[in-house]
Design a protein around this ligand. Structure first.
Ligand SMILES: Nc1ncnc2c1ncn2[C@@H]1O[C@H](COP(=O)(O)OP(=O)(O)OP(=O)(O)O)[C@@H](O)[C@H]1O
Length: 291
């Protein structure tokens, strides 16, 4: 198959994917989105010759728009723009999970400092404030008291880009020093890891320790439903443990899998490529059936 790889930086994740695709004899067209222009009916890349496109842009802004273009050029894309749009925005993700009846941390959004402070006081301390669009735990705050709340809200309102004036306030989940990441392909869990840290933000790239997560039927069911809720695809579903069971706080649409690949025995990159092959073949069959 001929695969278009959209990227702006080749990380280990992309290297692993490229290696697996090439080992299997697939033709890969590397598309550095920084060098391209995307027109309404086509770009300098011949989209018609691609069987599938994989979006690996690090910047959410690029990922959001470039997926729109390739979908409009009629190429199957992983992940499609509607999935990127929901997963890249914490408000949309929270609403999608809630609508699907999936446990997710209680969250409120406010647009002014005053309204945000009221919401924070309703939750009580500690409370979590997150940017609506963001990753790697950046610019997240665990707020312990009113003085800190006032200062952070003032800073965000005064110094922040307009997106930072959307205050996304979330209950603090008193998790046991770890969270869980499951990689899923159209809802099917491939592998999972536990990320443990002394810090309340337990992201792997911040140095959390990782170990294999046993995917229980309960986790499998939640991951499948969470994936369906945002439109499926190649996703990283993040869960936290609470006294009342799991809660899902995040679904990543350009998921990094390097840490997971290191933590588990499963050859996750091979599984991803198997799945891409199936997707490309299915799309070819669908086209043939309608021709
Ligand atoms: N409400 C919460 N209560 C307690 N801890 C939380 C809460 N929300 C997030 N965390 C911790 O912070 C980490 C990062 O949170 P989140 O995934 O929402 O941010 P992110 O910037 O989207 O990170 P990533 O891109 O790595 O998924 C989580 O893995 C978890 O350890």
């Amino acid at each position: 198959m001929k695969v278009g790889l959209l990227y702006s930086r080749i990380r280990t994740d992309e290297k692993l994917l490229l290696e697996e695709l090439r080992e299997r004899g697939h033709d890969v067209v590397k598309i550095d989105v920084r060098d391209q222009q995307f027109g309404l009916s086509g770009s300098s890349v011949d989209a018609a010759e691609l069987d599938i496109v994989v979006d690996r842009c690090v910047a959410t802004s690029r990922s959001m728009y470039v997926t729109e273009f390739f979908e409009s050029y009629g190429v199957p894309i992983v992940n499609p723009p509607d999935v990127a749009s929901t997963c890249s925005d914490k408000v949309k993700t929270s609403l999608a999970l809630e609508e699907a009846g999936i446990p997710t941390p209680d969250t409120r959004v406010a647009f002014t400092r005053e309204a945000a402070l009221e919401a924070i006081q309703d939750f009580g301390y500690p409370v979590v404030l997150k940017p609506v669009v963001g990753s790697w735990g950046r610019l997240m705050a665990r707020i312990e008291d009113e003085h800190a709340a006032e200062a952070i809200l003032e800073h965000k309102e005064t110094l922040g880009h307009y997106e930072h004036k959307i205050f996304y306030i979330q209950e603090f989940v008193d998790k046991p020093g770890r969270d869980l990441r499951v990689l899923a392909l159209d809802g099917e869990p491939v592998a999972g890891m536990v990320r443990s840290a002394d810090h309340w933000i337990t992201n792997a790239h911040r140095g959390a320790e990782t170990e294999v997560l046993e995917i229980t039927p309960e986790i499998e069911d939640l991951v499948r439903r969470a994936s369906d809720a945002v439109g499926g695809g190649l996703l990283g579903v993040d869960l936290m443990e609470t006294e009342d069971g799991y809660t899902i706080h995040e679904i990543n649409h350009t998921v990094e899998y390097k840490a997971l690949a290191d933590a588990v025995e499963t050859d996750i990159v091979a599984e991803v490529v198997d799945w891409l092959e199936e997707k490309a073949a299915k799309s070819e069959n669908d086209v043939a059936a309608t021709a």
